[in-house]
Design a protein around this ligand. Structure first.
Ligand SMILES: C[S@@+](CC[C@H](N)C(=O)[O-])C[C@H]1O[C@@H](n2cnc3c(N)ncnc32)[C@H](O)[C@@H]1O
Length: 409
């Protein structure tokens, strides 16, 4: 049997989004992999080829940190195995280290003591240090820092590894705050934009269209990931703001991709773009009026009707310019009324006359290990259901994320 490699991924604040982002990344890179376990916010994956962990951590905005697993075992053996493993530095320098537990938090003190003892026995000078999440990516640049991760499931399976890469959150802040134009009312968050672009699963040098591009957050993430970006917006002012933002991104981060922007209507895409020419679409469209309070049913239904008419015309336009098997990642609103009803956009109905269909993540069978415990399988099956809900504390509106695909004839 070929050698397998084992990795842990510590997921961010919306684990379903993070899992799908990881799986889409692995499929796009054609890395054969299987999910071994999902324990709280820790995902354990087995791959047939090695992962470039640093690159993975740079690309994936939904994952906090990633590392290689050193030791996998049952509870009773793990302390002995750790004591005999030789994964520490021995060059006389003082080591800084942190120990983090996932799954069984009660064991944290135990492992902290164990590592203290191990370093003492090895005569390795070592100081325990708590690194805040925003500083982790930087701290990992030095070989004198070790972030040990211990993951334990309910059946006593333990995975121990060392973090190799962390997503640089401080960079997100810079990308957001330093742009020439920010508009909290319309701008999609940097983190969500990056995740959505990763859902799309484009290959290098393919192009991404955002037909409701606003100030260009999704497009900027596409450029940073090396794709070409095409943006369309109804408002002249947005196009000019978007252009300034994209120029800034290209200059500041030396992004490779090129961009093209058009002022125009997303329901009329064929007047700017050739038939079957677009590889992928990622967009947060017009979501309706800004809501100060929860709407009544009557108000919500009125907004829904208006938006549905826009989306329906938009999907017909998309059907013409998207390539076969091309993907669309789209954020749609879900309204909660004053009296507690939930009003959804009838997506299946409005894509009914096109070749667009909801993408079935479960089709990607390669991700499930056959021998896997039923419970984990069930947990994962639910995690992979499209749409994905996304709402932040400060959002009045719930958002649903859909991944669609254009079927071949
Ligand atoms: C939610 S915002 C997009 C935010 C964008 N992702 C960003 O980060 O800036 C929606 C945008 O769609 C534009 N828009 C509304 N109706 C449109 C239409 N029919 N065609 C094209 N753009 C439209 C609005 O001007 C607005 O800029």
């Amino acid at each position: 049997m070929s050698k397998m490699f084992f990795y842990f991924f510590i997921l961010g604040r919306n684990p379903r989004l993070s899992i799908i982002e990881i799986l889409r990344y692995l499929t796009t890179k054609e890395i054969k992999s299987q999910i071994i376990n999902l324990i709280g916010s820790a995902l354990v994956i087995e791959t047939e080829t090695t992962l470039n962990i640093r690159n993975c951590a740079d690309v994936l905005a939904g994952t906090i940190k990633i590392g290689r697993i050193w030791v996998m075992s049952q509870e009773q053996d793990i302390d002995n195995l750790l004591q005999t493993a030789s994964f520490y530095l021995e060059d006389g320098n003082t080591l800084k280290y942190s120990v983090e537990c996932y799954g069984n938090l009660n064991k944290l003190k135990h492992y902290q003591r164990l590592f203290k003892q191990i370093f003492k026995d090895m005569r390795q000078k070592a100081i325990k240090k708590n690194i805040p999440p925003h500083a982790l990516s930087n701290a990992l640049q030095t070989p004198l820092f070790i972030d040990v991760v211990i993951i334990e499931d309910e059946s006593g399976n333990i995975y121990v590894g060392r973090t190799v890469g962390a997503h640089d959150i401080s960079l997100n802040k810079k990308k957001y705050e330093k742009r020439p134009y920010i508009d909290k009312k319309i701008g999609t968050s940097i983190r969500l934009s990056r995740i959505l672009v990763n859902f799309c699963g484009l290959k290098p040098e393919q192009s991404l269209l955002d037909p409701f591009c606003g100030i260009g957050t999704i497009l900027q993430e596409a450029l940073l990931l090396g794709f070409d970006a095409i943006g369309i917006d109804l408002e002249k002012m947005r196009i000019s703001q978007c252009e300034k933002n994209l120029e800034w991104v290209k200059k500041t981060f030396t992004a490779k991709g090129n961009y093209e922007l058009f002022k125009g209507n997303a329901t009329n895409l064929s007047s700017f773009l050739d038939k079957n020419s677009i590889d992928g679409i990622v967009t947060e469209p017009e979501l309706g009026p800004f809501l100060r309070d929860l709407p009544t049913i009557k108000e919500a239904l009125k907004i829904k009707r208006k938006l549905q008419s826009l989306y329906e015309r938009f999907f017909v336009a998309v059907d013409k310019i998207l390539k076969d098997n091309g993907k669309i990642v789209i954020v749609l609103p879900q309204f909660e009324t004053k009296t507690g009803e939930i009003i959804d956009i009838a997506i299946e109905e409005i894509i009914g006359n096109t070749r667009l269909r909801i993408y079935d993540m479960k089709r990607e069978k390669l991700f499930f290990k056959e021998t896997q415990a039923d419970k984990i399988n069930r947990q994962l099956q639910t995690a992979l259901e499209i749409p994905l809900e996304y709402s932040e504390k400060w959002h009045r509106l719930h958002r649903l994320i859909y991944l669609l695909e254009k079927r071949e004839l």
